[in-house]
Design a binder for this molecule. Structure first.
Ligand SMILES: Cc1cc2nc3c(=O)[nH]c(=O)nc-3n(C[C@H](O)[C@H](O)[C@H](O)COP(=O)(O)OP(=O)(O)OC[C@H]3O[C@@H](n4cnc5c(N)ncnc54)[C@H](O)[C@@H]3O)c2cc1C
Length: 377
């Protein structure tokens, strides 16, 4: 069987994490091939929000998003559509990012910009080329045997590379179902709006002057976007009658693996673990891992990547735990949203912690005990 031209690194999966890794490695001088079974621009069910820290990592990769690519937003707004008591229905609270802004951008547009940057720095792309991993150790790209020094698995949640490299051991602490649709509606808020109801969350991301994306996350696999909107009358009224695109679905998990490297194989992005999508950090985590992996890989230090990897997921997974508690316990949700409505500065600081602008230790020392007391009584 003919061998492909050899490369220092073969990246399996040309989604956001795979392309980011390929770019970061090329920027450090490695020769890189990235292969994906799909062809660009690749779409996916996603809330399509890039938080300020994710934008900073994207900038480090040299990826420029144009103003016309999407819509900047300044914070997060929670709307409670029914928790433990009717008196709490409709409570709204808002927080602003301490520095900079976030950006709502369609996945296809983000993918196009990443693919352009990858081509500019000299990444060799093999689109429409499924990668097969054989038991004898051979790897086929589009049916041809590939020759490489290192292999990166950026092949998403259901990663085949992970199983092939013997890296499946891990812990899954949550599993939910997400759906996304685009609506031709002028954004009505300068924030991402997260609507909470008893069965899940819907979040609305501004994507342009006349478009919003609505992503819903639910615990019941039988539910779809329309089912959840029935529990959110004010949001439903906003979207009523608007032209809507197709619905896309995906599973979202909070999951960690014991190891993310084996031999000359490393995992990045969702393949290497994830936090529930409500955190809005999946893309940024992938970009961060890409930068860390590139640094370690050019030094030939994959163990270093394995050591540094848990830190990339720690904060999103902590936040996921808190937000999933609010999802499960309506009384806690009511209290938390009422507290944040009363103290907007507290919400600002929590967002600061979420996007890495304030260390969690400092926040807990200053506010932790008081906040826990306020939530308890
Ligand atoms: C409902 C929902 C909302 C979300 N909202 C946000 C948000 O607002 N902000 C945010 O930052 N994150 C969000 N996320 C998370 C984010 O979408 C993921 O973290 C991100 O897509 C992970 O990127 P990835 O490149 O690791 O994987 P993927 O995007 O899944 O890409 C994997 C790629 O690998 C390819 N592939 C797989 N197997 C093979 C193979 N054998 N051969 C060749 N190619 C292969 C696939 O075709 C795919 O293109 C959300 C997720 C969900 C489900």
């Amino acid at each position: 069987m003919a061998a492909n031209r050899s490369s220092d690194v073969l990246v399996v999966g040309g989604g956001p994490a795979g392309l980011a890794t390929a770019i970061a490695l090329r920027m450090k001088g490695a020769s890189v091939v990235v292969a994906d079974s799909l062809t660009p621009p690749i779409d996916k069910a996603c809330g399509e929000g890039l938080l300020p820290d994710s934008l900073a990592d994207l900038a480090q990769l040299g990826v420029d998003l144009l103003e016309s690519d999407g819509s900047a937003f300044g914070g997060i707004r929670f709307v409670n559509h029914g928790g433990a008591g009717k008196e709490n229905w409709g409570t709204v609270c808002s927080g602003s990012f301490p520095e900079g802004h976030a950006f709502g951008v369609r996945r296809e547009v983000l993918h196009k910009r990443l693919a352009e940057r990858a081509a500019d720095v000299g990444v060799e792309s093999r689109w429409g080329s499924p990668v097969q991993l054989r038991e004898d150790g051979d790897v086929l790209v589009g049916g041809e045997r590939a020759s490489y020094g290192w292999l990166v698995g950026a092949d998403g949640q259901g990663s085949r590379v992970r199983g092939w490299a013997g890296l499946e051991r891990g812990v899954e602490s949550s599993k939910r179902y997400g759906f996304r649709r685009h609506f031709a509606v002028r954004p009505w808020s300068n924030s991402v709006e997260v609507h909470w109801s008893r069965s899940g969350q819907a979040y609305v991301t501004p994507l342009g002057t006349d478009e919003v994306g609505v992503a819903v996350i639910v615990r019941d696999s039988h539910w779809r976007l329309g089912d959840l909107l029935r529990e959110m009358p004010t949001l439903r009224a906003r979207l009523d009658g608007a032209e809507a695109g197709p619905e896309r679905g995906a599973v979202t998990r909070t999951r960690s693996f014991r190891r993310v490297v084996a031999g000359n194989v490393a995992l990045v992005g969702d393949a290497s673990g994830s936090a529930d999508a409500i955190t809005g950090e999946g893309l940024g985590v992938g970009f961060r891992q890409a930068l860390v992996l590139a640094g370690c890989l050019v030094d030939g230090d994959l163990e270093g990547y394995n050591r540094k990897h848990p830190a990339t997921l720690r904060m999103p997974q902590r936040m996921a735990r808190v937000l999933l508690l609010m999802d499960r316990f309506p009384a806690l949700r009511d209290r938390a949203i009422r507290l944040l409505a009363k103290e907007p500065a507290l919400f600002d600081r929590l967002l600061g912690v979420h996007v890495g602008a304030e260390p969690i230790g400092r926040f807990l020392t200053a506010r932790g005990l008081k906040m826990m007391w306020q939530l308890a009584v």
